[in-house]
Structure formats: C-alpha cells, structure tokens
Design a protein around this ligand. Structure first.
Ligand code: PLP
Length: 404
C-alpha cells in the first residue's frame, strides 16, 4: 500500500480562500439579486497594459516562425529579462546584484513555497504573525513545523513573531533561535512597511546568527515613502544572508499570466555551499521555466512606456486604498496600512471575531473581505480589505460598510 506524506494531514482545514469561496457561493445562491462586492481576495482586476499586450503579440508571432521559434527556456530565465530586472530593480537602486543571481520563475507563490526545499528539515522557521499563509503551509508539508495546537492555533515548532498594533505591525527580533526567517514588506495582510534602519537590524541579526532571511517583496511597487526600502539588498550585508522574492502579479497584473523571480546571491553561503548553486540545481531539475512569451511580456514592463503604465496601474489601486482608508476612518473604524501597500488592516468593532465580522459584512453589506485570523492567531480581531477592485465597486463597498 502506498503511504501518503503525513505532513499534508497536519495542514489546517482548507486553504483560507476556499473557505471564503464556500461562504460567498452559499450567500450568492440564497441572494441571487444581491450584487456582491469582493474586496477580499488579493487578485488584481485591471487588464494587462498596452506594452505588455503588444510584447505578447510579437512573441506569439515569433513562435509561429521557424527562424524565431523558441522551445525550452534557459534554466535561470532568458538573458533579456534577467538583464532588465538586474538593471531596473537593483542597479538603479544602488544594489549590488548580478544577472546570474536572478532566477526567473512562474511567480512568488511557487518560489515562496519551494525555496524551503534547499534547507534541512531540522531548521527552525520564524514567521510573522499574521502572515501570507504559504510560508507556514509549505514548511508544514515539508515536516518542519511540528504539531498543530488547536488551543493556540499554532504549530509547536514554528517561531511566531507577533505583529500587533503595539509594535506598528513590525515584529521585534526573535528571542528564540530561528534558522529561516520569512519577512514580507510591504506586508500581506497588514499593509505595514519596514523602514530601512529597522530592516538593517534583521540583516545584522541574521548575519550574527547564521540564519537566512527570505524576503518577499511582492508588493514593493506600492512603496511611496522614500525611507522604506524596495529591496533587502539596500541594507548592507544582505548579500550574505538574504534571498529575495518578486512577483509581476501585483504591479503589472500578471496573476493569470504568471511571472516572478528569486534573487539568491552567490555570497549567501552556508555549510561551505553557495545557496545560489543549490537553487540553480533545483531550477534545472524541477522547473520548466516561465514561457518565452511571458518573459517577453515581463521585459516590456521595464520599457519606458511600460514603467509609466505600471505606475498608473499602481496609482489606480492606491486611489482605492485612499478611499477605503478615509471612508472607514470617518466611519469610526481603526485602520492601518494602505499608504505604501494595497492592503488595509481594519480592527473589528467591539472586539468581534474576524469570522463573525466577515459574516456580518457579507450578510448585511454584500461585501467580501478576508478574516484576519486566517493569516495567524495575531490576526484575530482584524480584517483585511484590498485595493484591487474598480473605483466604482470600491466606493460602493465603502458606502455600504459605513452604512452598517
Ligand atoms: N507573496 C505574497 C506576500 C502574496 O501576498 C502573494 C499573493 O497574494 C504572492 C506572493 C503571490 O505572488 P505570485 O502571484 O507571483 O505567485
């Protein structure tokens, strides 16, 4: 008889968004005339930009011609895209990153789920609480998290780093040993950001302890404050301790197209081995590369026209964030985030549980948000709203919430 990976059975319930979908579908079936407004799931809604579409068309034409047809992509990604990433996301910001340290992928979710494979199962993982669930779930699948304690809502081998109103949703350095530390700023779900001097402390801590930081920069395009770093490599010493993950999803709308990249510097060495060489080995063996046409679309994001279009896209969503923030503040809610990120973190009124607030919002306002507790125990009593809707729906949703 085949034996299953028992670690999968330690995963808690269904993935947060399947649970939400179930509730929303049931509500929609019972209320067929009610328009539901989704300000919950972190998917974008604006179409791809002109430069991206035009690059896709040209690349498709190339695939139709035997002289320009492309088969398997190079393991690390096409040079043209790695060059564009390196120049624009790193060199232009004064970060010392090289093209052969950039690994093109099909997104930050697969990268954040897969990167743990290059580490031993014995390592202790540190995560922010609340946090994007993929970091914990992928380590649970790998058997690194111990058992789940129903009472605390936590795995007993993970080090949780609370992000609360008291610390401005930026965690303190962990007191316990962590070998792998996941940081995500701007943060999903709280919308919090970390200032450069604060992030520098994490880099120094990781270098002092021999740990590795996995820095998820999926939302860096939303940063407006000049004191907030776009990349961990803006901090000195980060080449020796940090891996960075990027996505084309939330800036350029590639959630359906799929494109991202990981940066694994050659100076990141543990046990005498460069992690860059391990990730290259994994890429060569377990990954088929992002499609050529998608990589060309990614390159177009870095053209002058492409950059202007992305700025407009981000501004569009940030106008929504401003509408949500000001509307809810006026209505007396306690809200944070939403100024350098597309997420607004709302404290539920009267210490209501976050699922109860979810139900209330759906039933009384027809608005879907995300219960904070779905991102960790410290998310209880909080609720995530996203800026990824249309202007019209966002304004309508805010109106409905305020009328509750
Ligand atoms: N990282 C974070 C923190 C996210 O919130 C998300 C999506 O919501 C992702 C990564 C997924 O990125 P991608 O679409 O590139 O897989």
């Amino acid at each position: 008889m085949v034996k299953l990976n028992e670690n999968y059975q330690k995963l808690q319930g269904s993935y947060l968004f399947s649970q939400i979908a179930k509730k929303v579908n049931a509500y929609a079936a019972q209320n067929p005339d009610r328009t539901i407004i989704r300000l919950g799931i972190g998917d974008v809604t604006r179409p791809l930009t002109h430069s991206v579409i035009s690059a896709l068309h040209s690349a498709v034409d190339e695939m139709a011609d035997e002289k320009t047809f492309r088969g398997y992509a190079p393991d690390l990604g096409y040079d043209f895209l790695r060059h564009a990433v390196c120049e624009n996301d790193y060199r232009a910001r004064g970060c010392n990153i090289y093209e052969d340290e950039i690994f093109i992928s099909d997104g930050a979710k697969p990268d954040s789920g897969n990167i743990q494979e290059i580490f031993d199962d014995d390592n202790v993982v540190g995560v922010c609480d609340p946090v994007y669930p993929v970091y914990v779930d992928s380590n649970v699948m790998a058997g690194r998290c111990g058992d789940f304690d129903e009472k605390t809502g936590r795995y007993d081998r993970i080090v949780y780093m609370p992000c609360t109103a008291e610390n401005g949703f930026v965690p303190e350095l962990p007191q316990k040993r962590c070998d792998i530390i996941y940081l995500c700023f701007p943060n999903n779900p709280t919308g919090a950001v970390i200032r450069k001097e604060e992030l520098q402390k994490w880099v120094d801590h990781a270098n002092a302890n021999g740990s590795v930081i996995i820095f998820d920069a999926a939302y860096e395009a939303y940063i407006k404050d000049p004191g907030v770093p776009h990349s961990i490599y803006e901090c000195s010493g980060a080449r020796e301790c940090a891996i960075e993950l990027h996505s084309f999803s939330k800036n350029a709308g590639f959630t359906g197209l799929r494109l991202g990249y990981a940066v694994v510097p050659k100076d990141l060495v543990r046990d005498g081995v460069s992690l860059n060489s391990l990730w290259a080995r994994r890429h060569a063996t377990k990954y088929n590369g992002a499609p050529y046409i998608v990589q060309r679309a990614g390159e177009a994001v870095y053209s002058e026209a492409g950059k202007a279009e992305i700025r407009a896209l981000v501004d569009y969503y940030m106008e929504n964030a401003a509408v949500i923030l000001s509307g809810l503040k006026k209505a007396g809610y306690t809200v944070s985030g939403g100024t350098d990120s597309p997420y607004i973190w709302l404290k539920t009124p009267d210490d209501m549980s976050s699922w109860k607030f979810f139900d209330q919002l759906l039933e009384n306002a027809g608005v879907v948000g995300t219960p904070g507790v779905g991102f960790g125990a410290c998310g209880e009593g909080y609720f995530r709203l996203t800026a990824f809707g249309s202007h019209e729906n966002t304004a309508k949703a805010v109106e409905r919430i305020c009328a509750l």
